[in-house]
Design a binder for this molecule. Sequence first.
Ligand code: DHE
Length: 498
Amino acid sequence: MRIGWLAPLLWIGVVPGATAAEPDLALAEQTYQQHCQQCHGVNRIGAAGPALLPQSLSRIKPDEIRQVIENGRPASQMAAFGAVLEPAQIDGLTHYLQRPPAVEPTWSEDDTRRSHHLLADVATLPDKPQHHADPLNLFVVVEAGDHHVNIVDGDRFEVLARFASHFAVHGGPKFSPDGRFVYFASRDGWISLYDLHNLKLIAEVRAGLNTRNLAVSKDGRWVLVGNTLPGNLVVLDARDLSPVKTLATVGLDGQASRVSAVYTAPPRNSFIVALKDVKEVWELSTGPNPDFVPRRIEAEDYLDDFSFSPDYRQLLATSRKAQGGQVIDLDTGRVVTDIALPGMPHLGSGTYWKRDGHWVFATPNISKGLISVIDFDTWKVIKQIPTLGPGFFLRSHANSRYAWTDVFFGPDNDAIHLIDKQTLEIAHTLRPVPGKTAAHVEFTRDGRYLLVSIWDTDGALIVYDSNTLKEIKRLPMNKPSGKYNVGNKIEFAEGTSH
Ligand code: DHE
């Protein structure tokens, strides 16, 4: 019997924990072993179905967990257990799954090695695109509702290929420098390599039990995976995802840490890593014959997700101590300044552009309805732009007058604001589908069109003309989340995420 594929739901801040009456955990464990273990694995680390650990489920409401156990999940292997289990058993299971397992789950280098499998031999595949679309204007679109990925022609706005992903692909897929290969990370540790010329999966490996994100080196030779469970970094060979090295993320003081985020810094020819539980930033050189021994930069705080300055000399990371952002010079290793920012700025989703000859950086905020705009020369906040509610993403393009941002949370989550990049005022507010969350924008390579997600089971990808703001096309999709334009990504274009 199968139980699997619990839908990821956008519910931030769930504290897994007890309900009023504590169910019998021993009984729930028995129910798990009898009905769930076959698909979700010994010790709940996942098998054919996803991991069912607190880390994997922390963003899913208990009611939703209960509902999926009872009714199953359409278009997946997750069967309905409402007719098999008593309501009390389902409650017990729901409670049990949000608790850490009695035995702490582990994932070793050998486990990673054993999970690695090749699905196609690149050497035997044509090295020219086997489709008629512009390979540098393709979009990779993650369809979160049923865990699929779409490859979309960015000129005709047609789906060229659609394939099942692992459970909950999260964060931006990353590309090889020529744009042929794309790398995905799923929340439960699976890394996939896909060939965009041949529209084929090439290899997969499970690099951890809970993954934060991945980065690809400037030369395209290495993939670095940052994990929260276990807290480590895993270096993979970008050609076939075979494991190269595992580095436990342990601070100089011996404290083990989860990884907050990993990014590539092309001008530095390195990977930069922020750690969640240790006050250090790591830099791993990716020059010729790298040894992947970290250069440790001592930080003044634990750092969360971050962005770089346009020249990659500084990073701007979320820091609780700074009550906002902390700027760190990557050469000297020193803190340049703290930037007080209200709420919870989402610096990793920020973007920059030129205004009056100066680079400015703007960041959304996931707990307050405002966009903070910072001058990169002075590091001063030059404007707080009030929005209709907290937002997640901000996007632009060098050829666009506007930065597009969503209102992800609250009653106005169907609104998208267009911020004039020069006046820093909201110039337009669109409501693509009234009543449905609209979020995450990505431009075509030339910036002429852009794609917006209608983040709903009965959702869509809407194509807009970026000048006339008219809708051009609508592709129905199940909770499309992030979308990524190959050209913009490999050129590290202004306005998009890196
Ligand atoms: Fe994300 C990117 C962290 C919740 C959708 N998110 C990222 C990245 C990080 C991050 C570090 C950059 C990765 C990269 O591109 O390499 N996200 C976090 C969190 O800490 C947070 C707040 C809590 C968590 O549970 O992890 C979080 N993120 C979410 C969601 O709830 C979202 C909306 C739905 C989902 O899929 O989980 C979500 N995050 C995204 C998306 C990106 C992302 C679509 C890629 C943005 C881009 O344009 O590059």
